[in-house]
Design a protein. Structure first.
Length: 201
């Protein structure tokens, strides 16, 4: 799965019509609808504000007055084809006086989203295992240095009677072997669930 690297707007012009594609990252359907409402309010004078989003388990599209299936559907198809999740797209069209026809509209709306995705970039969403490591204070400094030096993702540190490091790793078995080698088996890794992180493609 992928997400857009950043929110933004990208504009193209086809046959004197302006197509502004607004892309944003959203976590829920409610966030997607709120973003759509904001764009429609900002561009209330536009001819159309067509939409598509994938958020959580929901995906929807809307042609906003364009002929059925010529705007929202090709926009959503781009999101699906690019494997983008938690993403909302609004393409605002300012009509330029030249009719594009059904095929032309499908190509225009799809191109607007596709070029916007290319412009803003994408990140790959990866699921990592979270592990908690409890180390004696005397060992904690050396272990923290080793974690940083090895490139392991250190997500948090808490101090109590011992020092607890939370790490996010792609392969638990590989990490446990590394940890055993570093600490002589004195520190073990306790499962702490899973996290989704976005990393460069």
């Amino acid at each position: 799965m992928r997400v857009i690297a950043r929110d933004g707007v990208h504009e193209i012009e086809i046959q004197r019509s302006r197509f502004l594609c607004h892309l944003a990252r959203v976590a829920t359907e409610e966030e997607a609808l709120a973003f759509i409402a904001g764009v429609r309010k900002e561009h209330w004078q536009a001819t159309h504000n067509c939409t598509a989003f994938r958020a959580g388990d929901t995906q929807r599209s809307n042609d906003d007055g364009e002929p059925a299936g010529t705007a929202g559907v090709p926009m959503l198809e781009v999101l699906v084809r690019r494997d983008l999740v938690d993403t909302v797209a609004v393409v605002t069209r300012y009509y330029g006086g030249v009719k594009l026809g059904a095929g032309g509209l499908v190509r225009a709306y799809g191109r607007a989203v596709s070029e916007a995705v290319d412009e803003l970039g994408t990140l790959r969403r990866t699921r990592l295992a979270a592990l908690d490591l409890s180390a004696p204070h005397a060992m904690a400094g050396r272990l923290e240095h080793a974690l940083h030096a090895s490139g392991h993702r250190l997500a948090g540190t808490s101090y109590g009677t011992s020092v607890t490091f939370t790490v996010h790793v792609p392969d638990v078995a590989v990490f446990q072997d590394w940890l055993a080698a570093q600490t002589g088996g004195a520190v073990t890794a306790a499962p702490a669930g899973f996290v989704d992180v976005d990393v460069p493609d």
